[in-house]
Design a protein around this ligand. Sequence first.
Ligand SMILES: Nc1nc2c(ncn2[C@@H]2O[C@H](COP(=O)(O)OP(=O)(O)O[C@H]3O[C@H](CO)[C@@H](O)[C@H](O)[C@@H]3O)[C@@H](O)[C@H]2O)c(=O)[nH]1
Length: 248
Amino acid sequence: MEKLVIIPTYNEKDNIRNIIDAVFALQQNFHVLIVDDGSPDGTGNIVRNMQQSHSGELFLVERSGKQGLGTAYIFGFKWALEKGYQYIFEMDADFSHNPADLVRLYDACAKEGGDVSVGSRYVKGGKTENWPWDRAILSYGASIYVRLVTWIRVKDATAGFVCYKRQVLEAINLDAIRFVGYAFQIEMKFTAWKLGFKIKEVPITFKDRKEGYSKMSKGIIKEGILGVLKIQWESLFRKYERRVRNSE
Ligand SMILES: Nc1nc2c(ncn2[C@@H]2O[C@H](COP(=O)(O)OP(=O)(O)O[C@H]3O[C@H](CO)[C@@H](O)[C@H](O)[C@@H]3O)[C@@H](O)[C@H]2O)c(=O)[nH]1
């Protein structure tokens, strides 16, 4: 029981079977946890059926109603810590992330000194394929914006393909992570970085999904823009408070 891949799902009936099969085909002893938000398209039922042939390695948590990608991962992280997993992965259900790259993310943490590894589109060798131009610009613009505001030295801070060592998730106060959309991805990396953990970026090719639809929304973009300002402002304020306290 070492490696757990958490896959949050909402209406992924056309991807879920294939993505689960692709992870188990790696033959690397990855376990899989699906956190499904009561998908009306029956994603949860498909997983439940697959559990019969993947006993002890495929797990399903079903929550009632769409509650956001961030809370799905927080739920999954707590579940993973409780069960004793050492390496905990985030991955989308839609093949934007190539499951074969899980092994490279694992190596970056288990063999190459990373505490967190990030499947990165914006380091040398990384790229996106088939994304509509407006989405590609939004994502790249967001990555620059995050770096400018927070000074974080991670090029793809919004990436959703990540490996965390257990110690990182234990050190983060998961109840204090408040963002639910993709800003969640930024908040997690920012918090790990501030705690002094080493984040390694592994170049990947991110492909636009072929099946299903993206859950990106205006609310998620707004949360990202304001959220980044908020986490940096709060971090600076805490630093200032500490300095005042120490000088008293
Ligand atoms: N349980 C649950 N899952 C969700 C929810 N919203 C989205 N998901 C799942 O989360 C994964 C990513 O959602 P998408 O909607 O496919 O993301 P995207 O638009 O392709 O966004 C990608 O780019 C973002 C920005 O770079 C990334 O932050 C994100 O992780 C992802 O890689 C998919 O497996 C999707 O089913 C939710 O409310 N609840």
